[in-house]
Design a binder for this molecule. Structure first.
Ligand SMILES: CC(C)(COP(=O)(O)OP(=O)(O)OC[C@H]1O[C@@H](n2cnc3c(N)ncnc32)[C@H](O)[C@@H]1OP(=O)(O)O)[C@@H](O)C(=O)NCCC(=O)NCCS
Length: 166
């Protein structure tokens, strides 16, 4: 077995990065919409890049919800680079953006039908706080877009001491 160490940099994701994310069209449309929100300051959308500045992972944080908190979402690592620790780097970078705004609570949701990432988030200190219904557009093999509906498990982590009155 061979092993190499790759330096990673973290920067804001841009529209020019979208073709390199290897995501289906409906998801790229959803990311482009969130990049518009990033321009308004509601969201930070980050890329974790390899030495050639190409994104190996991307994910966002929404500072508008929940109350007193921020939501991590659309986290994805390019498939060949999963389980190498890059997802952990991405989550920690997003948490730093939350802390920089003085927000003390991070929340994220996982699809009950795809529970595997739960172990990662629990390792990083997140605990289950509830469930909610979720839905988003997905590309069907025939090229049409359908609405996918599921139950989301919510997980939370306190990043800073809570204000005394909350
Ligand atoms: C979830 C995801 C972002 C994690 O990124 P990552 O770079 O694989 O995460 P790390 O390498 O830091 O940690 C991996 C650990 O997380 C868990 N994990 C979560 N999803 C996993 C997956 N698809 N494959 C392998 N491990 C996964 C495992 O516990 C794994 O343990 P390990 O350290 O023994 O390998 C990435 O796997 C991914 O893009 N998955 C597909 C999209 C997705 O599920 N997004 C999250 C929605 S909430």
């Amino acid at each position: 077995m061979h092993e190499v160490v790759i330096p990673l940099t973290i920067r804001d994701l841009t529209v020019d990065d979208l073709p390199m994310l290897n995501e289906p069209p409906a998801h790229l449309t959803a990311i482009a919409k969130e990049l518009n929100r990033a321009r308004q300051g509601e969201v930070d959308y980050l890329a974790v890049c390899g030495p050639n500045n190409q994104p190996l992972a991307s994910g966002a944080v929404d500072f508008t919800k929940p109350a007193n908190g921020a939501t991590l979402y659309q986290l994805a690592v390019l498939e060949p680079f999963r389980s190498c620790g890059i997802g952990t780097v991405l989550v920690e970078a997003l948490e730093q953006r939350i802390i920089a705004r003085g927000i003390y609570l991070a929340e994220l949701g996982i699809d009950v039908a795809s529970p595997r990432p739960k172990a990662l988030y629990e390792r990083l200190g997140y605990t289950v706080s509830g469930t909610k219904l979720g839905s988003w557009d997905v590309d069907a093999p025939d090229g049409t877009t359908t609405r996918y509906e599921t139950t989301i498990t919510l997980l939370r982590k306190q990043l800073l001491p809570a204000p005394a009155d909350s």
